[in-house]
Design a protein around this ligand. Structure first.
Ligand SMILES: *[C@@H]1O[C@H](CO)[C@@H](O)[C@H](O)[C@H]1NC(C)=O
Ligand SMILES: *[C@@H]1O[C@H](CO)[C@@H](O)[C@H](O)[C@H]1NC(C)=O
Ligand SMILES: *[C@@H]1O[C@H](CO)[C@@H](O)[C@H](O)[C@H]1NC(C)=O
Ligand SMILES: *[C@@H]1O[C@H](CO)[C@@H](O)[C@H](O)[C@H]1NC(C)=O
Length: 842
């Protein structure tokens, strides 16, 4: 206990620890390493000849090391060499500094993310005349609040005088004195002009950093570094004589610069939760390319950084992440192919234009929570620009929608500072306003309307702030995971499909301390010759349909889905009990086919008993590796041919009282909702509908013709007896080994199986480390870098360094071309190497 207390104290202290020295990727290599809690980074550095730089921000047990630039991966080479030498029994089992390493990643620069701004169509500038009453009301409000900002009358997203009502509905919130006081939003972008007259008073330097140039202030340096400043203006432009006002014009605004050059995972991880006790909201108007063929998400360090912010940020209430949905709708892109926007930890904000119409660019997906105003309909967002007193009337894309969400959430936080990150999502769900536009609006179990195109509707600042004031805070987050469901079947081409389902029982959820659903994630594997042909629907026990994946005409990738995780927010408030059904389709009859391998469902939501609920461990790269574990919850994989043009999926319960209704069927609705699909009962499936006694274990095990309960008893007894026998055997084996070891020091490694070595080193080290066995490493100078095992042949040291299985491949970059409406980035990162690691998430 005392030891634990000590370490947690230390980790709290470390949150305030000094920052890392500036990185210089021209001269040095950087390593992000996770060490067993009892290991010493200084000792590891001394052993490998690395320089220890410091802790990796707020990430528990993660450290940063550097070494002069070299082609090798010093740490990985060291680990391989240690394994080899142990195998040959040249090194004993005693603790080695490398044993404490449970994760290592040599940093590589990766292509920059895409900014999500779209140049509005100026040719079709709005010619609508303002409404006189609205103009009067607008100037009354300005007078009452003392707003003299010259472009305030143009800021239609704040107060719309041409299409009244089509705005964020914020002025009555301001009149209550709720203007973002005591809240800090951090713009993670291409910089922020802190010298601008409109931003300088609200600029918060202590929450800011430049991760491109590695200096303290995130000053825009490149000619196109305007995006971050514009986003900042939307949130927190001051009430003054410059340009307009931000939605939260008394909030603080900080900037973290990452989009102005290549960066590493290490820097992105540091950036995305930078100063997580000072910055409350992170505004992210960027992401993987919106080209309709990329499938990519945050790599492991970045995912850990986001979970750290969710668990520790804002004093444990959780940082608020806001991501722009993406601008690839015109090329069939969907925000579920972007691992940032489909993270359960981010609020994904899409765009509508000044007529509440869906603009051509704004991506739809089941992970999108809400929409708000941006460019389209002949106008764009008017806000602050780079320069002392510069304004723009051309900020747009989902890039401009995200920060309007950020400003709105800042107001809610001033009204109710104790909201957790999940309360903010709930409040958004409960107060977003559906509007009269054709879409796939569907009533959810809790009576909210959801559309894949518009989420739960448009943000309304007044509604969310009023609700925040009296909102009953949610209990901590619980989760439930299904086993891996093995399907391993060919997906028929055409308008049929392959269905598979999993029954969640009340008992399973009770055991998981799980009360009600917020997010659903579904991790899946499909091998396919053309990924863009695939569509995936998820149907909940309440009959709500999430279109997890939609077909993309440009996605020619032959990679299929590799442990990709889709997310849906369409099931907020459902109980989760009953059959969850997934339907996979290959909608193009082009001879390009594939197989549905497996899937795993996770429910995330509110717990039953807060006092029993633990925090989720940080995500691990291997979280989803146990695909072959045989489950005791067999999947009912079904596939029945229904004549084409047949009825709606039979899986949708027809008698459910809360069954969603399609309110406004859309012309653009995906065909899946009415399409016929195939169902077949597989041989391995032990259907719950069978009249024989339920089988507790998979079918090879006899049921003895007795009830499930009795089976559990019988198998339980057998298991106990087996465990007892195994323990006895282990006892005698260990006793014998102990005797042997006393005579031969290195014996332990004779029994180590080579095949087991992949992680064995690290695991052994964790154990040894935890036991406190530590040997003082001797300090090495830089010149001895590759000499950590002096006397060994170089061949062995280098042999494993060329795998190239880093998290991404460096790719050539295209220049940012704002005029052409195309943003910089590389399509390369979307393919192969990066996406396989990027997509895995919790
Ligand atoms: C990195 O070091 C090189 C050589 O000393 C120097 O020219 C360059 O400006 C440095 N870069 C940064 C970002 O500090
Ligand atoms: C907008 O705010 C006003 C108060 O200013 C409120 O009466 C109205 O209901 C709000 N709109 C919506 C859709 O909630
Ligand atoms: C600002 O926030 C801090 C920390 O949450 C709190 O202690 C303080 O009372 C707040 N101040 C105001 C004026 O709300
Ligand atoms: C699907 O499985 C079949 C049978 O195992 C195999 O021949 C085929 O190559 C698989 N298709 C893909 C795209 O992997």
């Amino acid at each position: 206990m005392r030891v634990l207390g000590f370490w947690s104290l230390l980790s709290i202290a470390s949150l305030a620890a000094a920052h890392l020295p500036a990185r210089n990727y021209t001269t040095h290599d950087y390593y992000a390493i996770r060490l067993a809690p009892s290991s010493s980074p200084a000792e590891l550095a001394a052993h490998l000849g690395l320089e220890y730089e410091g802790e990796l921000g707020a990430l528990a047990d993660h450290y940063v090391f550097r070494a002069p630039k070299h082609t090798n991966d010093i740490v990985e080479d060291g680990i391989q060499e240690l394994k080899r030498r142990r195998r040959k029994r040249e090194v004993g089992s005693a603790y080695h500094p490398l044993d404490g390493v449970s994760f290592t990643q040599k940093q590589k620069l990766k292509p920059r993310h895409w900014k999500r701004s779209v140049i509005p169509d100026v040719q079709r500038a709005s010619t609508e005349a303002p409404v006189d009453d609205a103009i009067r009301a607008q100037s009354d409000v300005a007078r009452a609040l003392g707003i003299k900002d010259p472009i305030f009358p143009e800021q239609w997203h704040l107060f719309n005088v041409k299409t009244p009502g089509n705005d964020i509905n914020v002025t009555d919130v301001w009149l209550q004195g709720i203007t973002g006081k005591n809240v800090t939003a951090c713009i993670v972008d291409d910089g922020l002009d802190m010298d601008s007259d409109d931003l300088k008073d609200n600029f918060f330097a202590a929450g800011s950093y430049d991760f491109n140039d590695h200096v303290d202030l995130p000053r825009p340096m490149l000619s196109d570094d305007r995006h971050g400043t514009r986003c900042a203006g939307e949130v927190a432009a001051g009430k003054n004589n410059a340009c307009g006002v931000g939605i939260a014009y008394d909030s603080k605004i900080s900037g973290v610069r990452i989009l102005s050059g290549e960066i590493t995972d290490l820097d992105e991880a540091l950036a995305i939760n930078y100063e997580l006790q000072k910055n409350d909201i992170y505004s992210c108007s960027w992401g993987p390319p919106d080209d309709g063929k990329t499938m990519q998400g945050p790599h492991i360090l970045i995912r850990r950084a986001m979970v750290t912010a969710i668990q520790k940020g804002r004093g444990g209430l959780g940082s608020i992440y806001v991501f722009a949905a993406g601008n690839g709708a015109n090329v069939d892109d969907n925000c579920n192919f972007d691992g940032y926007t489909n993270s359960i930890y981010s609020i994904t904000v899409g765009a509508i234009d000044n007529h509440n119409v869906h603009p051509y660019y704004s991506e739809a997906c089941s992970a999108q929570l809400v929409v708000t105003y941006s460019s389209g309909g002949g106008d764009a967002i008017h806000t602050t620009d780079v320069g002392a007193n510069q304004c723009t009337s051309g900020h747009g894309g989902t890039s401009a929608a995200g920060p309007i969400g950020v400003g709105t959430f800042a107001l809610a936080l001033q009204a109710r500072p104790e909201l957790t990150w999940r309360d903010m999502q709930w409040l958004t769900v409960m107060t977003a306003v559906p509007f009269d536009q054709p879409s796939d609006w569907t009533k959810t179990t809790i009576g909210r309307m959801f559309s894949h195109q518009f989420g739960y509707g448009k943000l309304d600042a007044w509604a969310i702030v009023e609700a925040a004031k009296t909102w009953k805070l949610v209990k901590p987050q619980a989760w439930f995971s299904s086993p891996w469901m093995h399907v391993k079947k060919a997906i028929p081409e055409g308008d049929r499909g392959l269905a598979s389902s999993f029954e969640v029982t009340a008992d399973m959820l009770k055991k998981a301390n799980f009360e009600r659903v917020e997010h659903i994630t579904l991790t899946m594997n499909i091998e396919h010759q053309r990924r863009g042909d695939l569509m995936v629907d998820l149907i909940s026990p309440d009959g709500m349909v999430s279109h997890l994946s939609t077909a993309r005409r440009n996605d020619e990738s032959g990679e299929g889905y590799d442990d990709w995780t889709f997310m849906s927010v369409a099931h907020f408030g459902e109980k989760g009990i009953g059959e969850w059904k997934i339907i996979v389709k290959d909608i193009k009859e082009n001879g390009k086919t594939g197989n549905f391998t497996d899937w795993k469902l996770r429910l995330w939501g509110e717990c039953i008993d807060a006092s029993k609920q633990q925090l989720r461990p940080l995500p691990d790269e291997h979280d989803d590796d146990n695909h072959d574990v045989i489950s005791d919850h067999p999947a009912a994989t079904t596939s029945v041919t229904v004549p084409s043009g047949g009825a709606a999926p039979t899986a949708v319960p027809t008698d459910h009282p809360e069954r969603p209704v399609n309110q406004k069927p859309s012309s653009s609705a995906t065909p899946s909702s009415t399409a016929a699909f195939e169902t077949l009962i597989t041989a391995t499936s032990t259907s719950t509908a069978s009249s024989a006694p339920d089988n507790f274990l998979p079918s090879p095990f006899p049921t003895f013709g007795v009830s499930k309960r009795t089976q559990i008893w019988i198998y339980g007894s057998i298991a106990l007896i087996l465990i007892f026998c195994a323990s006895l055997a282990a006892y005698f084996y260990l006793a014998r080994r102990k005797r042997l070891r006393s005579s031969r020091d290195d014996y332990e490694f004779e029994v180590l199986d080579d095949a087991d070595d992949d992680e064995g080193g690290a695991r052994t080290g964790m154990l040894n480390g935890a036991a406190g066995a530590r040997r003082k490493g001797r300090a090495r100078r830089g010149g001895e870098l590759y000499d950590a095992f002096a006397g060994e042949s170089d061949e062995d040291l280098l042999s494993e360094s060329e795998d190239g299985d880093g998290p991404y491949r460096d790719q050539e970059e295209r220049d940012f071309d704002e005029k052409a409406g195309r943003n910089s980035g590389s399509e390369g990162e979307g393919s192969s190497a990066s996406e396989s690691s990027g997509g895995k998430r919790q």
